[in-house]
Ligand binder design. Structure first.
Ligand code: F6R
Length: 614
């Protein structure tokens, strides 16, 4: 995902500092990079699609080498293809400001229409440029940069971390703001700095101020004044950052996996929020292949995927059947490719993959195509083979997933499947706009609930569960209905990174075999959220207890907590989306078990992040 840096110095130049900062943010993944440099002459912008080396080459020798202020950006494209023109920074018509942005401006279309009507000409396809023009317009009304940013942000709906510079008679001005994506600032007696990740700040000082959502920081040499978006001032105390640069690449987290688990609320916002059309009770993917006419003729769905992505596919099956009333076949890609599958007329084959490079998934997609299916991909990597080969793609916007155990890609895949189910249902006329509206609104309500799941209380509850169960011989994960695949995913996560034997089972199937395994050294993780089958799962919990098994219940069903040895509370949500909340404690449980056992969490033995061989 995008990375932002900014610097203001007393003497010398900011050029090398900005480039170095951008390099430190490379791990986030990017497709273009740019800087805006301010010297006595004004602002110079250089931006290039591709690697940072291309940007460096574009910065001709000595160009703006005396720049005392600047901002920089690595872009992970959301609105508009990766190109020199879409790369950040962006500017207003008069070139008075330069702006970098990480996030999504959800109402950019309506703001753009308003600006175009007032005569503004846009240079790029990005949502960011809207904000650059808004800030420019406020400056021309006589506001200073801080006032202009505050006034402009009051018009914007969405998630952002931004930094803007402008030239004033007193010198350069640098302002930044956060609503969603991370942003930190740091000051020394000779400078002031900002970055998406402290990694790019700790070379200057280890005393770093982490901005909170709704903060706007006005940076001066040796001082950062922080304001709230309503214009009131606020004091943010810097925190001492103790880690070394190697660790800092993971932000404040000890492992990529933990960082990625914590990114999930933002990933949901990036994947879904700009596609939600509340007024229509529908989803607009903004890409070809998902219009009414594209989808109306679909009579059957075939899902293929591997591992965690397959578990997202199992959840998708409940959604495609239950919401869009379509029959669904689903299979391991590695099985599908060597079967002689029957593809019915008007089948849409959907391949789900984080990397878009998994050999079996690609082969299964090709086979479905050969057999006459139309194809679609749910994928996290733009430009991957899967995306190139599928007839249509829904991109999950999880950003680069570095931890080998997939976490944030999974929840993004489930969100994407839910959106596709709603779109299919609306296209097929089996869902009214009113019912569609309720469903799409549930997605928005999910973000704060995910944040709650990642708050200190629940995280430490899960850590305690891991501590109490670390010496157990085995784990059986049980779930029913749409949470049955979550049981599969919980077991997979635990196996992968803590090397503990775990099985996922449909809770109703337990009595047909696995019940023989139940004894005190076996922990049963029962997923039970209020919904269609919670009473059934409760009975399954009783069956385990009657045989001396240790029960950890996870979900919103309070009565299950009362009959379990331990429980983790999950907030109520729509049953369709409960898997996204219920999987979070399972990811954390696997993480803490692996940590207690001293396993190499981000690089578990024998596993590769992207399985490009059979
Ligand atoms: C599990 C995991 C793997 C992948 C599987 C598919 O944590 O990471 O099971 O989900 O290898 O990979 P993608 O999604 O890249 O096709």
């Amino acid at each position: 995902m995008c990375g932002i840096v900014g610097a203001l110095v007393n003497e010398g130049s900011v050029v090398s500092d900005l480039i170095e900062g951008l390099r430190l943010l490379e791990y986030r993944g990017y497709d273009s990079a740019g800087v805006a440099l301010m010297d006595a002459r004004g602002i110079t912008i250089r931006r290039r699609a591709g690697r940072i080396e291309r940007l460096e080459a574009a910065l001709a020798e000595n160009e703006a080498s005396s720049a005392r202020a600047g901002i920089g950006h690595t872009r992970w494209a959301t609105h508009g293809v990766p190109s020199d023109t879409n790369a950040h920074p962006h500017t207003d018509t008069e070139g008075r400001i330069a702006l970098v942005h990480n996030g999504i401006i959800e109402n950019y279309a309506e703001l753009k229409a308003e600006l175009v009507a007032s005569g503004v000409k846009f240079q790029s396809e990005t949502d960011t440029e809207v904000l650059a023009h808004l800030i420019g317009r406020e400056l021309s009304r006589g506001n200073d940069l801080l006032q202009a940013v505050l006034a402009s942000l009051s018009r914007v709906r969405g998630y952002y971390a931004i930094a803007a510079i402008t030239k004033t008679p007193e010198g350069p001005r640098l302002v930044c703001a956060r609503q969603g994506p991370p942003l930190a600032v740091a000051v020394t007696k000779d400078g002031a700095y900002l970055a998406s990740d402290v990694l790019a700040l700790i070379k200057h000082t280890r005393d770093v101020t982490f901005l909170e959502d709704g903060d706007v920081a006005d940076l001066h040499i040796g001082r950062a004044d922080v304001w709230r978006t309503d214009g009131t001032s606020v004091v943010r105390v810097p925190k001492r950052v103790e880690w070394d640069p190697e660790e800092a690449a993971k932000g404040t987290f000890p492992h990529y996996m933990l960082k990625e688990i914590h990114e999930q609320p933002d990933v949901l916002a990036h994947t879904a929020f700009d596609k939600i059309k509340e007024e229509k009770g529908d989803i607009d993917f903004g890409v070809p292949g998902f219009s009414d006419s594209d989808l109306r003729g679909i009579e059957r769905i075939a899902v293929v995927a591997c591992g965690t992505a397959l578990h997202a596919g199992y959840i998708a099956r409940y959604m495609f059947e239950g919401l869009a009333r379509l029959p669904v076949d689903i299979d391991y890609a590695s099985e599908f490719r060597y079967r002689d599958p029957v593809i019915a007329r008007n089948t849409l084959a959907i391949a789900i993959s984080q990397s878009g490079e998994t050999a079996d998934t690609l082969a299964a997609l090709r086979k479905a195509k050969e057999l006459g299916a139309r194809t679609a991909a749910i994928c996290n990597v733009e430009g991957s083979t899967l995306v190139r080969e599928a007839d249509a793609t829904i991109l999950t916007r999880a950003g680069p997933e570095i931890g080998v155990a997939s976490t944030k890609a999974f929840t993004a895949q489930v969100a994407a499947a839910y959106m596709l189910a709603v779109r299919l249902a609306r296209a097929r006329g089996v869902l009214t706009p009113e019912a569609g509206r309720e469903l799409v609104l549930e997605l928005r309500l999910l973000r704060p609930r995910m944040e709650q799941m990642l708050g200190e209380r629940i995280v430490s509850e899960v850590r305690e569960v891991a501590e109490k169960n670390q010496h157990q011989k085995g784990f059986l994960f049980l779930g029913r209905g749409i949470n049955y695949p979550v049981a599969l995913e919980g077991a997979l996560k635990l196996k992968e990174i803590s090397y503990v034997h775990a099985e996922g089972y449909p809770a109703g199937e337990m009595k047909h075999g696995p019940i023989a395994l139940i004894e005190p050294s076996m922990s049963i993780v029962a997923l039970n959220s209020t919904g269609l089958v919670h009473e059934k799962v409760r009975s399954n919990i009783e069956q385990v207890r009657a045989r001396g098994g240790r029960v950890i219940s996870i979900g919103s069903d309070r009565e299950s907590w009362a009959i379990s040895d331990e429980h983790v509370e999950v907030p109520e949500s729509s049953e369709w989306l409960s898997p996204i909340l219920n999987v979070i404690p399972l990811q954390l449980l696997a993480y803490h078990m692996a940590s207690l056992k001293g396993c190499d969490i981000d690089k578990p033995r024998n596993l590769a992040k992207s399985v490009t061989v059979e």
